[in-house]
Design a binder for this molecule. Sequence first.
Ligand code: GLA
Length: 736
Amino acid sequence: MIYIDPSKQWFHLYCETFSYVLYNADGTLLNLYWGAPLAHTAEEAARCDLSYLLGSFPSGSSFELENRPFEVPAVGTGWFGDPAVRAVNEAGDDLTQLTFESAAIVPGKPALPGLPSVSAENEQAETLELTLRDALTGLQAVLSYSITAGTLERHMVLTNNDTAPLTLTHMASASAPVPFKTGTKGNSSGAVSFAGEGLDVIHLRGAWARERRPVRTPVGLSSYKVESQRGASGHEENPFIALAAPTATETSGEVWAMNLVYSGSFAAEAQVKDAPFAYLSIGLNPMTHRWQLAPGESFVTPEAVLIYSAEGLGGMSHLYHKLYRNYLGHSPWRFRERPVLINNWEATYFNLSEEKILAIAGEAKKLGVELMVMDDGWFGNRFDDHRALGDWVENREKLPNGLKGLAEKVNALGMMFGLWFEPEMISPDSDLYRAHPDWCLHVNGRRRTEGRNQLILDVSRKDVQDFMIAMMKRVLSSANIQYVKWDMNRNMTEAFSSVLPAAQKMETQHRYMLGLYRVLQEVTDAFPEVLFESCSGGGGRFDAGMLYYMPQTWTSDDTDAVERLKIQYGTSYVYPASAMGAHISIVPNHQVGRVTPMKTRGEVALGGNFGLELDPAQLSEEDKKEATALIARAKTVRSLTANGRFDRLISPFVSNYCAWQFSDDDRVLLLFAQVLAQPNYIPQRVYLTGLDPAALYEDEDGRLYSGAALMQAGLPMEFARGDYQSRTILLTKRKD
Ligand code: GLA
């Protein structure tokens, strides 16, 4: 809910999980509060005048101005850090003095033009729009705030209302102060001494095959930045940053988080100054994005999702999961049970054929698999990764009956058929490149740096976008293709469009993303029944922007069960299990060479969209039996894992164990895993969470437990002998 006080001096956004209070101090918009709810009704909000808090911020000398809690810190306001908005004007200076002009409440939650955003289609949403203006340059900033599901969505529209062009160099999606609450409060030396221990910063750090490992460290005394300059959200960092009380746990303590609904280069920062707050921001990376704002034109920033949790990191994750499951994107598959799939990549690599695909499908069908996905290698001259990206025509040598013939045969087995694409890419050795050598990102006179032997199409160009749309429509209409894996296997180097004028070259990366989003919108709209899964060398573009168009993502190329404990655990900080692809692969594992039991591989994979990444013919009879049971279990629990609440119980990053839990009103699924076996092991207990203490829960052997006992007394973790063991326990809540 949104309250605007009659004098338009303060604005209070509030709901059951947070309050966010803005204050118009003589034209400067300040953020007085972001934290636990201060009001639940309009009457309470009206009474909640927080202007007294101005007393904690200096307003006198210009040296102290930077310690004011600006909602939009900018150059020329007294702020000396990285700005949220910076526009260089024709006079050559970058002063951006935005003064409050007006406030309005808009019913609903308008979509962001050309960009993915959270939709409030099912909610009684409202949006607060605050208009600020720089009188001298004519730059107008409309700040937009919506409350969707206990979450705050924020973006900004920057418009040039004058006759001279402006160059935007900074255009953050969100920026807000987070209070230091521990230690000495103050604005001078006291701040410096407490700031270091005052808040922890949390982000998701990774690399190819080991994505999204949570990092938690004191925010320190200066700036803490996480970013991508790769033209993709990337394997190294996720567009997510949080500040937390040092005492915050999975279930308690304060957390302030920001996540960007965007798939390209980004920057997120926590800036610590001599002030009683740390400054948190997220948005496009100023290093890689610049925008010429011509007179009359507008620039829309991507959307940021802000979460305040008083219930620790678990509370934060519950809110992100609920939001992204229910309010992101339009695919009807968001709410459908996802098919158990098998993918031939690790079974055949490029050496595929109709015969091999049908053999894999036939065996997989016997195990209970529902969808056969043919991966890389089905098109053009694609016998290895040196060629053919762009030549999206089936290779008749490998597929004598074409895609249509193969799809029909797979369908005849009673399975769906799916296909891999990498539409944003072009191999120098391809018919497409020979026809259009200028279609890739490049700079004339410079090397065209290859990654995995490929270049990237200049998706900022309309003709390239049109080619991609037509190609996808042609192939998807040519056969009964019910699933698409949309891959993207390298990052940008010479990230410039040859068709943009010099003054706009730095717009390429964002125009690429806008172009890609246009392509994805058109293709997914044209084939609403197709289930789309995004991928980028595994989880190199695992973000809410991609999830808007494609409701699931291939979490990582690393399918080793032990590594997956960490990868899925870390990913769950922000993204729900319904977004994560999780497959059983063969042992020794292709990424790390580890041999783990089939049961453990499968039980870890139950924590996402379940599938297989192997040739079933290579499985022993015993493993086939185990795989059949695991697939049956995946079907039994998939509605729970996709829609239930997810809780992290034991972290694999700090212990030899891992435990997580899914729960809804009817059932609980618990995973325990132990990495290395121990001699003389004394079963430890794992403590469940979020259950009904008075209810009885029944396991699959008919044993009854009270919710209170499961939470307070716990369950002993017993394992079979040997390394890499796991167990899952499925409990049903008794209704009688
Ligand atoms: C990427 C994906 C893999 C596979 C290969 C194919 O690495 O992450 O799953 O599709 O490309 O080239």
